[in-house]
Design a protein around this ligand. Sequence first.
Ligand code: PHE
Length: 368
Amino acid sequence: MSTEAIPNLTAFDEAALDQAFAALEQQARAAAAALDTPEAVEAYRLQWLGRKQGRLNEVSSRWLKAAPAEAKKALGQRFNALKAVVESLLDAALGAGPSDAALAAEALDITLPGTRRLTGAEHPITRTLNEIVSVFAALGYSVGVGPEVETDFYNFEGMNFPPGHPARDTQDTLVVAGQERRAQRDRLLLRTHTSPVQMRTMELQPPPVRIVIPGKVHRNDAADATHSPIFHQVEGLCVDTNITFSDLKGTLDHAMKALFGSSVKTRFFPSFFPFTEPSADVQISCIFCGGKGCRKCKQSGWIELLGCGMVDPAVFAFAGEKQPAYDPKKISGFAFGMGVERIAMMKYGVSEIGQFYAGDMRFLGQFV
Ligand code: PHE
């Protein structure tokens, strides 16, 4: 490519200008004809059109400035014409793409194996969570969420764990520091269950309610094969007139069959939660031995899977402060809460809860 310096012009008559611009145009055309790689095209662009050191810029500063006033117009016209020529040469070079020689060197070998791109997949916890939610969605339940950083009121007091109540000890958690000046019910903590969203839902809407609430919860539990200080739950709440324990049993029996297969049986064992009365633990017939008794079910034939019960009137009384329609004399309801990890471990035969969080592709890849 020509790198001849731009000479100074001594004569500015038409003939001298024609000659000077013709010489430049010839150089530009010769250089453009030799362009054979994208890099060379770019270098050409910089050499001719570059804002600071480009040749056209130099022509303009050397010639146009030196020209007497009466020659400026003629010079400017030729300058613009030359610039248009260079630009069209550049366009042609860009459009032409690589030369045949360059193409031959880079020819695409379609017999080479392609680059494999891994497709993402749902994490087994997300998958199980969505599966549980869709079982209830099919029964007409809506889906809600609530905050993970919760107030003492929603996590405990409104769910009928008064301050100092021993049941609070079973759900110890992390509390946000520096809140001593706040009233106890306004203090923030990491929620220990999804049950506070029961109250948040009722405060926002009068009955009837049918809602499931998936989410992350936190407890001061030492990690072991089946416990993690952070895990997931799906909460359920159904409130209407004449909701009975039979409705609760029928609903959860159906849900367990939908999740684990139609041969699964359920049984309801008396239990205690401050926010339900009566309360029950739901057990399903052992899915590993079919109920005969094995190591997994500790020879009992049953596996405990979730907590549930009829909504305690004290909870309706708290909700009634904002929504008077939650009058325990007129309505009733049931609630349930299940651990997503526990259900995923059963469904997929996972024996260490920590596998869900380790991010090991050898584990996660099995769920694709
Ligand atoms: N919130 C309870 C727990 O985390 C589960 C539960 C929910 C029990 C709803 C009864 C009703 O242990």
